[in-house]
Ligand binder design. Sequence first.
Ligand code: SF4
Length: 669
Amino acid sequence: MRPMHTAHSVCPLDCPDRCSLEVRVEEGRIASITGSRVNPVTEGFICAKVRDFAGRVYGPDRLLHPMSRTGRKGEGRFARISWDEAIGTIARRLEETRREHGGEAILPFFYGGSNGMVSQGAADERLFRAIGASRLARTVCAAPTGAAAKALYGRMASTDLPDVEKARYIILWGANPKHSNIHLMPYLKRAREAGAKVALVDPRLTLARGYVDRHLPVFPGRDGPVALAMIGHLARTGGVDRAFLEAHTVGWERLLDRARDWSLERAAAVARVATRDIAALAEEYAAADPALIRCGWGLERNRNGETGVAAVLALPAVAGKFGKAGGGFALASSPAYEVNEDLLAGHAEAATSVIHVNRLGRALLEEQKPPIKALFVYDANPAVTIPDQNRVLRGLEREDLLTVVFDQVMTDTALYADVVLPATTFLEHTEMSVSYGGYGVQIAEPVVPPVGEARPNDEVFRLLAERLGVADGLPRGEGLLRRALEAIGGPLAGPAEGRLERLRRERFLGFDFPGPRPVQFGTAFPTLPDRKARLWPEDLGTDPYRVLDDPATREFPLALISPATDRTISSTLGELMREQAVLEMHPADAAARDLVDGQEVRVRNALGEVRVALRTNPEVRAGVVFLPKGIWNRHTRNGSVGTALVPDSISAVSGGACFNDARVEVGPA
Ligand code: SF4
């Protein structure tokens, strides 16, 4: 063992930045983690969350060996068992379930705990397809945004981060780069130093005032009316690029017609902002060149998810902001490339039942065709991350449900498991990752040995497949890495020959655009038959810009939002958060309820309640309260988190989660 060295790695967590890392290893243990420049966007720095990742690898919550339950579900009492016994037990129970209820009674449940192509979508997918398990519609995040973008522009590439600094006006719409996309920050800074203005559309002032020239504190779910009113204002004031619309779009006349319904006054009333501020935002955006909209995922998390995003993404076409580096819109890069999931999984998906990720509780308690009898959770922590937490927990409490949790640490979900399996972290196994915020694929080898008896996903799903008699020759090692590279389509598609060797050498392969980066309507076009944008996107329904009413009631008038923070990535790393969560509320809302800073409060609605301390904050808009995303049950006084207050309703087109449709009241505890 070398006493001290620095190793290369890549962060595969659910974050758009996909940082390249330098890991300092001393005596076989991680001593420090910093950013490298292998992925140029990383620029040598990373977030504090992953700088502290050694705390997860060696921390007290780390799972070290397989265990089986000895106490009640949720109690967290387990006894150590061997891997052989664990795999044997799980295989036997899955086989019994399949024999008695059919394969669809088995539900694999996974999300973005690790987004690597080796850990997810290969051996796991192959196993669950082979046994005819139910399929999970993984629409908890990005589904409405993806559906809207695809309906308007197909798989057109998004503006890449380095071009942000060329913009002279940047609207951050429902995005908080300080917490979820920190590598956008240097480009914003450089753009501002070169004279750009930054506008933020968000219920909270999430960036320091020095970064934001205009803040529009839109009420949750009301982004669509604001964008439509901006379009209507541009149409009335000569701000529409008619030549662009005629040459590159279809359906624009109907969009402009619809925008007329949304006067500035009407939109301002429902979005609870000033009329003049919507007009000013539209005018400043129209006057700037290039002008960019960085569309985040905050605006999709409500019943108007797809239609709100569609109206925002129509703005650059209406105002003629495409065709230049630094213009257009910046979104996830993933729509630009397709991953051939069937190639990676080895065979085509069967048409088994589809269970919505956002309705897990309902599926566990109510599904009858057939009932879910076995739940296999990996790379996910649904006990705290999925809407309607109390219903999810009631489902997990079912004594007749076999629950397997395969994770790195003892999560709130693992407490309900019948069998717990210890997983390796990305620093302990080989992984290949594609960025969903930029354009590149990266590879990393293990930098430290597995802790305890932890094993990689790939190995464990193969073992299970063998024990179940469905192993059928998915390539391993180099073969699987080659297969993963071949599965990536779009601008990175190409012959496998020599590419893995090149990736190993260079550790980063960029996407192949004509030019250094994509320019929308310059080098990247809508991937629709006529290369034109659909500004009346019928894929979103007969009325693609409809606006549904706000779900507030007299009893529960406050909108609860639960965005990401600088502590966790979804709920990953929550075990390292020592302090209790707080509810943030505008001082005027607190005063109206006779509540004071630091006081313990009850945040409640018909679905549940959360008890935490109150923090007043003038930077959260009135009428909106804020609990952090990704906290664990231990972070509140009553062991419930924000998802206990979130309905399990889903958006109409893509089945997206409606986290920001939670309406609550707050009172003293
Ligand atoms: S979580 Fe995001 S910012 Fe942090 S290291 Fe990973 S990719 Fe980079």
